[in-house]
Design a protein around this ligand. Sequence first.
Ligand code: PGA
Length: 239
Amino acid sequence: MKINILDNDAAIGEAVCKIICDEIKSKPGCVLGLATGASPVPTYKKLVEAYSKGEVSFKDVSTFNLDEYCDLPKDHKNSYFTFMRENLFSKIDIDMNNVGFLDGNANADSESERYAAAIEAKGGIDIQLLGIGRNGHIAFNEPSDSFTDEAWKVTLTQSTIDANSVYFDDVPMPHHAITMGIGSIMRAKKIILIATGASKAQAVRDMINGPVTPQCPASVLQQHKDVTVFLDRAAAALL
Ligand code: PGA
């Protein structure tokens, strides 16, 4: 793993934006794996800026998002689809036909097969963006007894519910989600993980220095050949 410790999330956003823009310039039809949550927001802001200045075009880019809540309409203000539309898709020239998203209201088994086939049909994910949960989860793969392969339906842990329920005001936060599995994430050619803030410090240490175990799902990234981690000083404090 390559570890970069930068001053703040704006600096991280700038650095990750540059990596993504360089990828798009060398491969205009590249496939991006995208994440939601607070961690990638500065990167999305920078990508929007780069697009607005005419430095990059997303018109041939394809994307696949990591996860989506179950039991929430796709257009609900708290859905991850809405998050991506507001933070990125509506502000760039991406063709929405090239946007892949898990359907949290579909049958999980058929949805998993559909998503795996769609990713494969595009030639696989070139760059996968990730955050990390306070409990070491990646996407919504929570600590468990085994690593999963393709997309699956998860029951969210209390740690995740506590972290994310602050965003829900009109409906209770769903307790289930559909998420890309660890295998689907590990098949990405390159992985970029962003973590900021003291609440991530223990998970970051376990990911980098701990044993590879499904009890800390992010630790599996030790076995991927091209992972770049971007941390601020607070998230790196226990390294
Ligand atoms: P965050 O979430 O970026 O909002 O901190 C990351 C995660 O839980 O995977």
